[in-house]
Design a protein around this ligand. Sequence first.
Ligand code: PLP
Length: 330
Amino acid sequence: MTLGYPEPKGSFDLREMISIYLKAKGIIASPSSIMVVSGGIQALQFISLGLLQRGSAIFHEIPSYLQSLHVFQSAGMNLFGIRMDHDGIVTEGIGKLKRQHNGALLYTIPNFHNPTGILMKETRRKALLAACINERLPVIEDDVYGDLWFDEKPPAPLKAKDDQGLVLYIGSMSKTLGPGLRIGWIAGPEPVINRLADIKMQTDYGSSALSQYAAAECLSSGFYSQYIEDIRTALKNRRDFTIGLLNRYFKGIATWDTPAGGFYIWLKLKKTLSMQKLFKLALREKILLNPGNIYDRNGHSHLRLSYSYASFPQLEKGLARLADIIQCMD
Ligand SMILES: Cc1ncc(COP(=O)(O)O)c(C=O)c1O
């Protein structure tokens, strides 16, 4: 490898490996229609800077990943939330919304959504793509959790069924190998990727050549696919352990769905509480909460739990204490 400035779209070796990796998901993308980015979040920044005009309307799931929404917001976009149900984003109102607000783009996280953990069903994916094609509404598909399934592969990405070049697909190694690598990618129509590559050069002259080299090696050597299997097993154990704790401590006070992959459980409390008060009380006990209202202004009865990081004893201690705190609040 050399440590010169990398190509604008990223190292060819890595893009070639990503192209092969995407093919296994049903996505046909040549290396020239793929750009390496410094994490999925950078792809959103470039799309906001290079493809959208200030004041454009962005549709997104409600709730949604906060940092992504911040990127759109700081680029001056107007955000409009679309409700979700257990099958994913609800598609019925999309046409009306698009016409009302002259929507520029829809941002979605179909696999193991952050913060709800919801996996978009196949029928919903079809309906979403059909609605967006019908309205000529481009889609950003954020698939940073897509490899983290437990028992069954998720349905094919929207991008795999996109024969109109309407979907910009984002992936990342942050949730699998590690966020410090800062390696992600975006796949889309070549002219769009060329435009984004110009912005990449104006921004940071390309992602770290060392990280790109490491990522390409991980993919080409088979390390990535082996490692991801180990991660799936470890994460599934963590999910099972956490669900066991919820059954023990939260039965009377909350409901939840069991995620089929990813990091998150979206806990719905049976009573509406002051999230601010709960946050403070929990923090006093050294429990840092992700209250639902940071993802959705109206999310006063939800908490996002992540089972990916804390140790088993920490999870047990934290959840048992949290249940006590909630039970004592009025
Ligand atoms: C849905 C979603 N998209 C993007 C990101 C950012 O990923 P990256 O580290 O690749 O920028 C995250 C990180 O939490 C996320 O949850």
